[in-house]
Design a protein around this ligand. Structure first.
Ligand code: GLP
Length: 259
């Protein structure tokens, strides 16, 4: 794992956006699509701002294809709580991506259609030759996407139950716990690990403990993000707060970008 520590989330977010932009530029120059796996939550918001800026400055996103990690279930697409809304609001409506290249799990489908939908989503990713770069945030309990503690390393996209901790963490967005959905549709751990490259961002002291477990702890299903240790192209982008609990004896493995 490559672990990069930045002074703050703004500089870390800019770096993450540049990693993506470089890939897009390279693929644009050889007329190839760039397939991105995208995340929601508060963590990637600044990265999306930077990407919008990069797009305005001339890097075309007309050949990007995006697959979002997850969506609450059930959830109306038009709801301001939906990840559909979030993605259009924070990123998609501001760039020159083609509508038909946007894939976000559908929180409106009928229960009995979910497994077919998930199979098609996985198939669609494969048809586009897999995800080039998967962007991830990190849940306080170590979840990636909505793969909660206990998730299997080989899980594929499916309907999942949200943990009590995750639902509690989401209360500020929904007003009260009753309003927080109990389920979601999420890419599986295997879907995520199949990406060519993974970029995980985490900001702030409150993530410091789980960042440490993800990077330095044993690989185990109680911390789904620890499975990333088994992937050969992962970049973890941190700020000084989220990096503050990392073992000093391993600090040589950490490229410090503090200015
Ligand atoms: C949500 C999302 C995850 C996200 C995580 C962290 O549960 N499903 O994809 O990474 O929360 O959220 P935040 O970035 O707001 O800390």
């Amino acid at each position: 794992m490559e672990v990069l520590v930045f002074e703050n989330k703004e500089s870390g977010s800019l770096y993450a956006a540049q990693v993506i932009a470089n890939k897009v530029l390279m693929n644009n120059s050889i007329n190839e699509d760039t397939v991105l796996g995208l995340a929601t939550g508060s963590t990637p918001i600044d990265m999306y701002k930077e990407l919008i800026d990069i797009n305005k400055k001339g890097v075309s996103f007309s050949r990007i294809i995006t697959y979002n990690l997850d969506e609450y279930y059930p959830m109306n697409m038009s709801s301001s709580h939906s990840y559909h809304y979030y993605m259009h609001d924070h990123f998609l409506q501001h760039v020159d991506i083609h509508e038909e290249n946007i894939f976000i799990p559908d929180g409106e489908i009928k229960e009995e259609e979910i497994s077919g939908f998930c199979e098609e989503y996985e198939w669609s990713i494969k048809k586009n030759n897999g995800i080039d770069i998967q962007v991830l945030g990190l849940g306080l309990n170590g979840h990636i996407g909505f793969n909660e503690p206990g998730a299997s390393k080989n899980s594929l996209m499916q309907k999942v139950k949200l943990s009590d901790e995750t639902r509690t963490a989401t209360i500020p967005h929904f007003g009260n716990k009753e309003n927080v959905p109990k389920q979601a549709i999420s890419m599986g751990v295997r879907t995520i690990l199949d990406a060519d490259q993974i970029v995980l961002m985490a900001w702030g002291k409150e993530k410091a403990e789980i960042v440490k477990e993800c990077i330095e702890g044993n690989v185990n299903k109680n911390v789904p993000a620890s499975f990333l240790q088994e992937h050969n192209n992962v970049t973890i982008i941190l700020d000084s707060g989220s990096a503050s609990r990392l073992d000093k004896s391993r600090i040589s493995q950490v490229e410090t970008k503090l200015s």
